[in-house]
Design a protein around this ligand. Structure first.
Ligand code: OFO
Length: 223
C-alpha cells in the first residue's frame, strides 16, 4: 500500500472494501487492484463549472498583477516613485489573490490549470488616466467575482460562496481606494493637474503602508 488516507468516514469504508489498497494522487483516489471492479470515489468537491470559473478567476488575478506591475513601471519611468511603489505593492496583493484561489481549488480536491496570462494594456498617458484604468479594471474584476458568487449560490456550493464573500469585501476596499484617489485627482484638476499637485499625490502615496499581507493571513473582517 502506498500514499496516505484522509480520515473521512467514506474513505475509511472504501479503504476497508479494497483488498489490495489505494494510493492518493493529488487528492484523487485510484484503486490499484486491477482484478476488482471498484467504483472510484470522486474526491473533487467542486463542480466542473465552478472549477473552471475559479481557474479563470485565478488567471484574472494574475492578469491584474501584471497590469499593476506594468503601470508601476510606467509611473517609475515618469519619475513618480510614490505612485510606482503603490502600484507595485498592489501587484503583490493581486498575486496573493491568485494564490488564495489556487490554494482553495487544491483544498477542495480540484485541478489547478496554470495558463498563459494575457498581456497588460498599453501604458496610461497620465496619472489621471492611470487611476481611471485601475478603477475600471477593479470594477471588471468585481463583476467576474459576482458571477462566481451567483454560480456558487445556484449550486448551493456554500464553501465557494463563503470564499467569494472574502473577495466581495476585498473588491469594495479596492474600488473605494481607487475612487478616493480619483476624487483627489479630479479636485486637483484631473488630466490638467498642476505639477505641484502631482508632487503631493506622489508623496502621499509614498507614505502609504508598505506591508502586503500574504493571502493566508488575511481574514474576511480584515482583507
Ligand atoms: Fe484581486 O483585487 Fe483587484 O483586481
Amino acid at each position: 500500500m502506498q500514499g496516505f488516507l484522509p480520515l473521512s468516514a467514506n474513505v475509511v469504508m472504501f479503504w476497508r472494501s479494497c483488498v489490495t489498497g489505494l494510493k492518493c494522487v493529488r487528492g484523487n483516489f485510484v484503486c490499484i487492484n486491477n482484478t476488482s471492479n471498484h467504483t472510484l470515489m470522486d474526491t473533487n468537491r467542486l463542480s466542473a463549472t465552478i472549477e473552471a470559473a475559479l481557474n479563470a478567476q485565478m488567471t484574472k488575478e494574475a492578469h491584474a498583477s501584471q497590469i499593476y506591475l506594468s503601470y508601476g513601471s510606467w509611473a517609475s519611468s515618469q519619475g513618480f516613485g510614490g505612485v510606482a511603489n503603490f502600484l507595485f505593492r498592489h501587484a503583490e496583493e493581486e498575486r496573493n489573490h491568485m494564490m488564495k484561489v489556487l490554494e482553495y481549488i487544491l483544498k477542495r480536491g480540484g485541478t489547478v490549470n496554470v495558463t498563459a496570462i494575457p498581456e497588460p494594456p498599453e501604458d496610461p498617458n497620465s496619472i489621471s488616466n492611470c487611476f481611471e484604468s485601475v478603477f475600471k479594471h477593479e470594477v471588471d474584476n468585481t463583476n467576474a467575482i459576482y458571477k462566481i458568487v451567483k454560480m456558487s449560490f445556484d449550486e448551493s456550493d456554500w464553501a465557494t460562496w463563503n470564499l467569494m464573500q472574502w473577495f466581495v469585501k476585498e473588491q469594495v476596499e479596492e474600488e473605494t481606494l481607487a475612487l478616493e484617489l480619483l476624487d483627489k485627482i479630479k479636485i486637483a484638476g484631473g488630466p490638467n493637474m498642476a505639477k505641484s499637485e502631482l508632487y503631493s499625490l506622489d508623496r502621499d502615496l509614498e507614505k502609504m503602508p508598505d506591508e502586503v499581507r500574504a493571502a493566508q493571513d488575511v481574514t474576511a473582517a480584515n482583507p
